[in-house]
Design a protein around this ligand. Structure first.
Ligand code: GTP
Ligand code: SPV
Ligand code: MN
Length: 585
């Protein structure tokens, strides 16, 4: 399929180590995928669902000890430890190659090695970067064929070049104790072993498009961010694009596909989804930032997705989708998860494959169960989804899950302050990674687990980019998750988040005033439209309130975090920190 010596040489080397019985090149054709699906069905790796209700849809269950990203076992292997930084786990490259080499050695005996040539973003476009994933998992092949652009055209575009990301994955024994997700940014290499789950093994996603790409972005002068991209169309047909970084399971997919509230829809407002998880951002010739979504599908959180919260995501899963770790509804051979509807199936298997009684008090779907759906299924997919130049960015939004402290929305004073706002993000942890859920942790720019180099240098890169962007977008922070004394969310969220986005756009266009607070600008309550909502102006005032006492407490957490990041935190951010402290006096 290719004469590329670099590629063939590397595959030979990996095959010598892993010793597969066969090597199969993935060409991305339906015929080949069909044969692979048939094989995976014969072994129980995937289950064919009701083809009338869910054509070309399948169910997969992972091992019970393998249900989320494993941040503690994720490593950045740079030759100097300082370059990985204090936040990332680090191993010396030689040590890591040797350690994992032992785990890979012979791991594909009796198995097939699949060679997946894939492109992140449109093949041949200025943004495109190519990767090859070698894997012994058909599930990975099928998912990669949804999540990325796979096929022989990638090999053609690559030609004889050595410029591709070398990914190696083996399920091995799915042994937690020997699970490693390792990145070698200096070698354009990713090695993943002993997992079969999502972000650990779909190497184009977090491993390449964020960790390796963020490293390349710093070197080459662009940015790889954990951001959705959406377009808001106003009744006059103008479309403004927003990128937003929220930590895992904090609402990117939902916001990216939001349905405008009735009130706005009637006037002709529309929302278009360009991407739901990752943005690659460059400075355009016009001095603005331009963003593409390098992915080709959605790996979305299933629980909570329903016809009210996110009808577009639900519609995206109706064809050609792989469901992972959801409930198998045996009544009609479909799927179910908590929050889909109020009628859990009576005759069903839970995510582990055991008979499940909806009244047993235990959830049927894993909280981090997911759907892998083609982006083109999405009813609100943007006409710019396949644009080679991407879309121009009007506003950048940061946000997290905070029961208190962070107001519904605030605007930074300028780029440098905006970078500070991103750097001090904190959010309650979710089921997207293993470990405790609901604990507040610092997650700067939602990149804590995804920056492929030192976090201080990463902040520095943001500051440096700001100096190069002639027409920089404004930077905002949002929080949909403030709770009342009973722990209920105060803000309705989901589609109604549109109301906040419209204030953001109005600010970018200089069409609306704001109130200055110690942390930045917040809306005047009358400027957030609450028509048709259950909340009154006083509640809205509460949502917008900046509690100085809570923010003073926040200062300590920020200082502690900066100290942990270490001596590469740019001085500009310490200046901003001093200003915040002063403002809170
Ligand atoms: P990753 O795929 O892990 O990166 O997650 P994500 O950021 O795309 O999160 P997603 O949109 O899948 O949302 C995760 C959870 O947050 C779901 O359970 C949603 O129901 C919930 N959620 C999303 N948006 C809102 C909102 O505006 N308000 C509230 N209260 N919950 C929300
Ligand atoms: C996330 O955790 O941010 C995800 C899911 O988008 S995973 O692909 O597992 O990283
Ligand atoms: Mn994500």
């Amino acid at each position: 399929m290719t004469q590329n010596k670099h590629l063939l040489g590397w595959i030979n080397e990996m095959a010598e180590m892993t010793q597969p019985d066969n090597i199969v090149w993935i060409d991305g054709s339906e015929a080949q995928l069909d044969a692979l699906r048939a094989e995976a069905m014969s072994t129980g790796e995937i289950i064919k669902l009701n083809q009338e209700l869910l054509p070309n849809c399948y169910l997969h269950r992972t091992a019970v000890n393998d249900v989320a990203r494993v941040e503690g076992r994720t490593f950045i292997c740079t030759s100097k430890k300082e370059d990985a930084g204090n936040i990332n786990n680090w191993m010396a490259p030689a040590e890591c190659y040797e350690k994992l080499g032992k785990l890979f050695r012979g791991s594909m005996k009796g198995r097939t090695m699949y060679v997946i040539p894939y492109s992140m973003s449109v093949v041949g476009s200025p943004f495109a970067k190519y990767g090859i994933e070698l894997t012994d998992s058909i599930y990975v092949v099928l998912n990669m064929c949804i999540m990325t652009r796979v096929g022989t055209n990638v090999l053609e575009a690559l030609g004889d070049s050595a410029d591709f990301i070398k990914g190696l994955h083996a399920k091995a024994d799915i042994d937690e104790e020997n699970r490693y997700i390792c990145h070698f940014p200096e070698d354009n290499t990713i090695w993943s072993v002993n997992s079969g789950y999502g972000g650990n093994v779909l190497l184009g996603k977090k491993c390449f498009a964020l960790r390796i790409a963020s490293y390349l972005g710093r070197k080459e002068g662009w940015m790889a961010e954990h951001m959705l991209i959406l377009g808001i169309e106003t009744p006059d047909g103008d479309i403004k694009y927003i990128t937003a970084a929220f930590p895992s399971a904090c609402g990117k997919t939902n916001l990216a596909m939001l349905i405008p509230p009735e009130f706005y829809a009637k006037q002709g407002y529309k929302v278009w989804c360009v991407g739901d998880d990752i943005a690659w951002i460059r400075i355009g010739e016009d001095g603005r930032l331009w963003a593409v979504n390098p992915e080709n599908g959605f790996f979305g959180v299933a629980p909570g997705t329903n016809v009210k919260s996110n009808p577009n995501a639900l519609a995206s899963t109706k064809e050609g989708t792989i469901f992972t770790n959801v409930v198998h509804n045996l009544e009609n051979n479909t799927v179910w998860w908590e929050g889909l509807d109020k009628n859990p199936p009576k005759n069903a298997l839970d995510w582990t494959g055991k008979v499940w009684d909806p009244d047993c008090g235990v959830k049927g779907a894993h909280p981090n169960s997911r759907f892998t759906a083609p982006a083109t299924n999405c009813p609100c997919i943007s006409s710019e989804f396949n644009s080679v130049n991407g879309v121009p960015v009007t506003a950048i939004v940061f946000g997290g899950r905070r029961a208190k402290t962070a107001p519904l929305v605030y605007e930074s004073r300028n780029w440098q302050h905006g970078v500070f706002v991103g750097s001090i993000m904190a959010s309650e942890t979710t089921a997207a990674a293993t470990g405790a859920v609901g604990v507040v942790r610092r997650d700067p720019m939602a990149m804590l687990p995804f920056a492929g180099y030192d976090m201080g240098d990463y902040f520095g890169h943001w500051i440096a980019m700001g100096k190069k962007i002639a027409k920089a977008p404004k930077i905002f922070n949002v929080n949909w998750f403030r709770t009342d004394d009973e722990g209920h969310f105060i803000w309705p969220g989901f589609g109604d988040n549109m109301r906040v986005l419209l204030w953001i756009i109005a600010r970018c266009e200089g069409k609306v005033d704001a109130v200055e607070t110690p942390i930045g600008y917040v809306p005047r309550p009358e400027d957030i439209n609450i028509e048709g909502l259950d909340i009154d102006e006083d509640t809205l005032k509460g949502l917008l309130n900046v509690d100085k006492d809570l923010w003073r407490e926040e200062l300590a957490g920020i200082k502690e975090f900066y100290a942990k990041v270490g001596d590469r935190v740019p001085k500009e951010l310490y200046t901003e920190l001093a200003t915040l402290e002063e403002n809170l006096k």
